[in-house]
Ligand binder design. Structure first.
Ligand SMILES: *[C@@H]1O[C@H](CO)[C@@H](O)[C@H](O)[C@H]1NC(C)=O
Ligand SMILES: *[C@@H]1O[C@H](CO)[C@@H](O)[C@H](O)[C@H]1NC(C)=O
Ligand SMILES: *[C@@H]1O[C@H](CO)[C@@H](O)[C@H](O)[C@H]1NC(C)=O
Length: 360
């Protein structure tokens, strides 16, 4: 169970984007990679300092990883070994994180608090964690993101909490941040402060799915490569909020109520490769696909598209596309596949890339 959940977290992490992802366990292996082979050590005599911190009762400690998951703990154990690099406290019943809970853990890289009952985090609780890179807080009862998160943080996951507000101040100076996951929180658009994500120069991945936001957040950083906003109540793709997103490769907007995609949305995202707009209320194919050089995947199934023009997907003359389509879906729309001119897909060389109808 434990292993499965860690594996799932890892799988998500490595899936998250094209940035250079350091393996979660790399830092644990540093000892082994240090070149000192075990036989060069003096014979192991366990040093038991009766006053020093040992492995907390019932936890398992190995290679600076402290595993305390699934133990029914209602608070963070005391006397955690100060050289800990990964602390796993998932699947417990912890309700509060207090100042001092993580004192001395100045080498901690990853803190896993997923699936507890945490509703309160004291403002100074994370201050000692001067090397923290990954903070996993998903499946708790937080109403707000913690204040004073370490500036070294690269990845924050706070999926499935009760967060209603994302204030700009919580991300102030977080210049190492790469991944932010805030899905399934009762956010609404008014909950995300304008420019909340703006200053983070390395931010590559944002996911705020299933959170009832009604518009694309404003002031997204140009470093962004993936933006996932599926399952919200967005009614329009606002070209302005996509302005400057030169690195955006994946845009997920499935299961919203989008009826309009502003002209210029695709021009503002010149390196977009995947656009997921299925399960919305579009009445036509978004403008700008034919001129776009890199778009490969366009999901438009389950919309209200009643006509498809011959220049909706492919440029009118000589094919100027640099990448061919690999996935276009149009099924479950009022348009019938036999009404679409075959020349509509003249720039597509793999027929199976196009899913038009449910060929009954
Ligand atoms: C979104 O709104 C619906 C009602 O329209 C509600 O049932 C659902 O819980 C809300 N989702 C979140 C994450 O708040
Ligand atoms: C968007 O572009 C299309 C084709 O270029 C044009 O017909 C349409 O009027 C434009 N819509 C707006 C709102 O500018
Ligand atoms: C689909 O679009 C037509 C207009 O083209 C509109 O009358 C109809 O209400 C729309 N249907 C849905 C389910 O939005």
């Amino acid at each position: 169970m434990k292993a499965t959940i860690i594996f799932l977290l890892l799988a998500q992490v490595s899936w998250a984007g094209p940035f250079q992802q350091r393996g979660l366990f790399d830092f644990m292996l540093e000892d082994e990679a240090s070149g000192i082979s075990p036989d060069e050590h003096a014979p192991e005599i366990p040093e038991l300092d009766p006053l020093g911190p040992m492995c907390p009762f019932r936890c398992q400690c190995h290679l600076r990883v402290v595993q305390c998951s699934d133990l029914g703990l209602d608070k963070v154990p005391k006397d955690l070994p100060p050289d800990t690099t990964l602390l796993d406290l998932q699947n417990n019943k912890i309700t509060e994180i207090r100042d001092g809970d993580f004192k001395n853990l100045k080498n901690l890289h990853a803190l896993i608090l997923v699936n507890n009952k945490i509703s309160k985090i004291s403002p100074g609780a994370f201050t000692p964690l001067v090397k923290l890179e990954r903070l996993y807080l998903s499946k708790n009862q937080l109403k707000e993101l913690p204040e004073k998160m370490p500036k070294t943080l690269q990845e924050l996951r706070a999926h499935e909490n009760e967060i209603t507000k994302v204030r700009k101040a919580v991300f102030n100076g977080m210049n190492q941040m790469i991944v932010i996951e805030l899905g399934t929180n009762p956010l609404k658009s008014s909950g995300i402060e304008n420019g909340a994500f703006q200053g983070m120069k390395k931010l590559s991945y944002i996911r705020v799915a299933d959170s009832n936001i009604t518009s694309i957040p404003q002031g997204l950083p140009p470093s962004l490569t993936e933006l996932h906003l599926d399952g919200n109540k967005i009614s329009r793709v606002d070209a302005g909020s996509l302005k400057g997103l030169n690195n955006l490769a994946k845009l997920g907007l499935s299961f919203n109520s989008i009826s309009t995609v502003d002209n210029g949305s695709l021009a503002n995202t010149p390196h977009l490769r995947e656009l997921h707009l299925d399960n919305n209320k579009l009445t036509k194919v978004p403008g700008g696909l034919a001129e776009h050089k890199y778009i490969q995947v366009v999901y438009l199934h389950n919309n209200n598209i009643s006509a498809v023009g011959t220049n909706d997907f492919c440029p009118p003359g000589y094919n100027t596309k640099k990448a061919s389509y690999s996935g276009v879906s149009l099924f479950s729309n009022p348009v019938q596949y036999w009404e679409i001119q075959p020349s509509t897909f003249r720039c597509v060389y793999v027929r199976s890339a196009i899913q038009l109808g449910n060929y009954k």
